[in-house]
Ligand binder design. Structure first.
Ligand code: CU
Length: 147
């Protein structure tokens, strides 16, 4: 009884969230990358599959967009466009990824491929579908590819 009293409804929700997160992450242990958009309105968490990316082989990217201040609130009022380029060479990929939304509400881009070694940039263009329709950007530099 003491335990039930100690866990009010609010901590229970947080506990459930944490346990779910551990369960999801625990299996594959994907190295996630995360950070704020350049404009500061969102917090972006993504991972590649496989990780690390394999040279000249197709990979997927899964990204969740969260409130900038409450990073446990996944937003479903945004459209996310996922792209990848080599800024130093001013070119993109030779492939056009397809995108979908997974059951968790994250955006998944499939069919990306890095065809040169060097620094690639993972790019997320996040458009508000519930407000003024503005777009924020988040870019992450990644090295292709470890041997
Ligand atoms: Cu290049």
């Amino acid at each position: 009884m003491t335990i039930y009293h100690a866990l009010s409804s609010k901590p229970n929700r947080y506990l459930a969230f944490i346990l779910t997160g551990i369960g999801l992450i625990g299996c594959a242990e994907p190295p996630q990358q995360e950070g704020y958009t350049e404009q500061g309105g969102y917090y972006v968490v993504f991972e590649t599959n496989p990780s690390p990316v394999v040279f000249k082989e197709y990979f997927d990217v899964t990204v969740g967009v969260y409130e900038s201040e409450k990073q446990d609130v996944l937003l479903d009022t945004v459209d996310v466009l996922i792209d990848s380029t080599m800024p130093e060479h001013q070119h993109g990929m030779n492939e056009t990824p397809t995108q979908s939304i997974n059951p968790n509400g994250e955006t998944v881009a499939s069919g990306l491929q890095w065809f040169m070694t060097g620094t690639w940039q993972m790019e997320f263009y996040i458009t508000d579908t519930d407000g003024d329709g503005s777009t924020e950007t988040a870019f992450f530099g990644m090295e292709c590819c470890e041997e």
